[in-house]
Write a protein that binds this ligand. Structure first.
Ligand SMILES: Nc1nc2c(c(=O)[nH]1)N[C@H]1C(S)=C(S)[C@@H](COP(=O)(O)O)O[C@H]1N2
Ligand SMILES: [Mo]
Length: 263
């Protein structure tokens, strides 16, 4: 147990260092984390693995996130990050009310499969009222409706060597001289198959609005906000996260946030 406490302390030190970096250096806020040999980053990376293992051990695989009652929904879901993707591909789909949208499951699967919005809406549905926690320090309770991801993955047949799902999104979260950076994140298969992990198309009993990720956004209820990909179009099964983006398993993860992002 004392080892765990020591590791936790190191994790806190790592987070504190990142926090002050955010405040102090404005636009260059994440630059030091881009240097692979940076000692702060190394401490954080070790700490991330430790917290992941500690949380998995302490919390267990299938424990549910707390669900709330309808009376605890106090406001609309605050939109955050990308709220209106501007890529041509997304605008084209949006113009037709997502009639030609497809969610694709590919990578380490027996067969690549794609589903239209109607097909997803006709699959078994689940609703859950949960609290979304953003690392920026705000929370929102909202009702999410969608179809559980696990059975959808089963239709593709996940190969035994797959270890992660990479979630690819339509929105250009950042524009750089070398082109748009599209939002992505990833999870392990435990979170992908968790009973509350849903491909959500409904929010507070309405069709999911564009600002919150239409037509499909994933909910991984035991994880922080940045692990809840909006504007999702492809789920890729992989055994290695390093080939994607900056190699850390997600847009925010590439910029220094913890990969697991558990709460
Ligand atoms: N595609 C995409 N997904 C995303 C983001 C984003 O910018 N683009 N932002 C993330 C962050 S940091 C948060 S807090 C939530 C916000 O979701 P909301 O707009 O429904 O509140 O979405 C997450 N998923
Ligand atoms: Mo967030």
């Amino acid at each position: 147990m004392s080892r765990l406490i020591v590791n936790r302390r190191r994790f806190m030190l790592g987070s504190a260092a990142v926090g002050s970096g955010l405040v102090l250096s404005g636009c260059d806020q994440f630059d030091f984390l881009g240097q692979r040999g940076n000692p702060v980053r190394q401490v954080m990376e070790r700490a991330n693995v430790l917290t992941y293992k500690a949380q998995r051990t302490l919390i267990g695989d299938q424990v549910l996130a707390r669900e709330y009652s309808a009376s605890e929904i106090r406001q609309g879901m605050k939109p955050n990050g990308s709220v209106e993707p501007s890529t041509a591909e997304y605008n084209f789909l949006r113009m037709q009310d997502f009639a030609s949208y497809k969610l694709t499951i590919k990578g380490m699967v027996e067969r690549e499969v794609s589903f239209s919005l109607d097909e997803l809406r006709n699959m078994p549905a689940r609703s859950q009222i949960t609290r979304h926690d953003c690392v920026e320090g705000w929370s929102c309770i909202a009702k999410w409706t969608g179809t559980p991801l696990g059975p959808v993955l089963d239709q593709a047949g996940v190969k035994p060597e797959a270890r992660y799902c990479v979630y690819h999104c339509f929105d250009n979260i950042q524009r750089t001289l070398s082109g748009d950076i599209l939002y992505y994140t990833s999870s392990d298969l435990i979170d992908a198959y968790h009973p509350q992990t849903i491909l959500s198309y409904g929010l507070n009993d309405q069709v999911l609005p564009v600002s919150n990720g239409a037509p499909i956004r994933l909910r991984i209820e035991r994880a922080l906000g940045y692990k809840q990909p909006k504007y999702l179009h492809t789920i890729e099964l992989v055994d290695d996260l390093t080939p994607f983006g900056g190699g850390k398993g997600g847009y925010w993860e590439d910029n220094g946030y913890d990969w697991y992002g558990g709460i």
